[in-house]
Ligand binder design. Structure first.
Ligand SMILES: NC(=O)CC[C@H](N)C(=O)O
Length: 375
């Protein structure tokens, strides 16, 4: 079906719908990952957004039951140059089109995604509408302008789990598939409570692989209830929306600081920073892709990282007891913080990859070492 993409600044793109065919409104962002579209689709951090993939051919290896990063896609729409007509992979069980229809996610293809990306880079992420009402572009532009801004939106409540659960799946192996949590004689396992702000499964797999026994809990849980699990450490996950709007999680983390070792990723990093008295702000178009260079302030070593965020930690407001431990080499934004005296640290990027480079996978080990020293 022919469809229009209308941006709030008045720019229009014509394409064809696939997946679910209905009208949607959301913030539009672009992702530069060259592979891993299934992981992008199922990353809950994209709730409230439509994603443009810069890689031109998408869907060519289908969708499989193993590469989910959450139980379903939470994003509003997926925009691509060309949908592959001949998906082929030994693990594939359905086409991207069928997957998106099944989950009621709108797809748009056949538009100039390069021009669209350049436009977003220049003008910034903005609100947009996809609709089959192609004869009424002005009304669609107006609709985009009426949509809610990402600033101030708490989307964590839409993606967090309802009940605590235990996670026991580890890394994937070509011959044996996913491993399970195991205890080995002589090896200490650490008990970790993971606050689910929209958690990606691969974070849980990496924690399991590092020897942690993980209990995932809803984002609305109180600090007292977290401490009842007697955790060796608390993990703060990635997630959608504006960190400053998730005030209840900020409060919880503020109470936990100093009582238990803490590690945060992405939204978890931003929330930790807010709990430590800093602030966050919205970037122009954010970082979404697998090629972001991050330099560690101590070693001056650079890692290429996977990222997906629109907000960032404001370096000018970090408190005296908080140290910035890494910076993005493209735009000098904050990539990591730690408390100067307490066992608490976080990163803006994604050491779990899925998709993307795995240069920073060692950070899960750093969290384990932190828990070990705190015993
Ligand atoms: N992946 C994430 O955790 C994203 C964090 C936050 N929603 C942002 O856009 O910055």
């Amino acid at each position: 079906m022919e469809a229009l993409l209308a941006l709030e600044d008045g720019r229009l793109f014509r394409g064809r719908m696939f997946g679910a065919e209905k009208e949607v409104t959301a913030e539009i962002v672009f992702n530069t990952s060259m592979a891993g579209y299934q992981e992008v689709l199922t990353d809950p951090s994209y709730c409230g957004q439509m994603v443009v993939m810069t890689y031109p051919l998408i869907g060519n290896y289908g969708v499989n039951p193993e590469d989910y990063e959450s139980e379903r896609p939470y994003l509003s729409a997926f925009i691509i140059k060309e949908l592959s007509g001949i998906p082929s992979n030994w693990r594939s069980t359905e086409t991207l089109d069928a997957f998106m229809k099944r989950h009621d996610i709108v797809g748009l293809q056949g538009l100039d995604t390069r021009a669209l990306t350049r436009h977003i880079r220049e003008k910034g992420a903005q609100r947009a509408v996809i609709s089959a009402a192609v004869s009424n572009p002005d009304a669609l532009i107006e609709k985009a302008r009426q949509a809610p801004h990402m600033e101030g939106r708490d989307l964590v409540r839409e993606v967090t789990c309802q009940q605590p659960y235990i996670w026991e799946e580890g890394d994937w192996d070509l011959r044996t598939g996913y491993s399970r949590f195991e205890t080995h004689a002589g090896q200490k396992n650490y008990s970790v409570v993971a606050m689910d702000l929209g958690i990606k499964y691969n974070i849980l797999r990496k924690l399991t692989q590092a020897g942690c026994r993980v209990t995932v809990v809803p984002a609305t849980i109180s600090a007292e209830d977290i401490l009842k699990f007697k955790p060796d450490g608390v993990f703060l996950s990635n997630g959608p929306g504006d960190p400053a709007a998730v005030t209840y999680a900020v409060e919880t983390v503020r109470t936990l600081v100093g009582k238990v070792p803490i590690f945060g990723i992405c939204l978890g990093h931003q929330i930790l920073n807010l709990a430590l008295g800093g602030s966050t702000y919205k970037l122009r178009f954010g970082h979404h892709g697998g090629n972001q260079p991050v330099m560690d302030a101590d070693s001056r070593k650079v890692e290429i990282t996977s990222q997906n965020h629109g907000f960032a930690v404001d370096a000018t407001t970090t408190q005296p007891d908080v140290e910035i431990i890494s910076l993005n080499l493209n735009d000098q934004t904050v990539e990591g913080i730690r408390h100067k005296t307490l066992p608490v640290f976080s990163v803006q990027y994604h050491p779990e990859a899925a998709p993307g480079p795995q240069d920073s996978a060692h950070l899960f080990q750093r969290f384990v070492e932190m828990m070990k020293s705190a015993q």
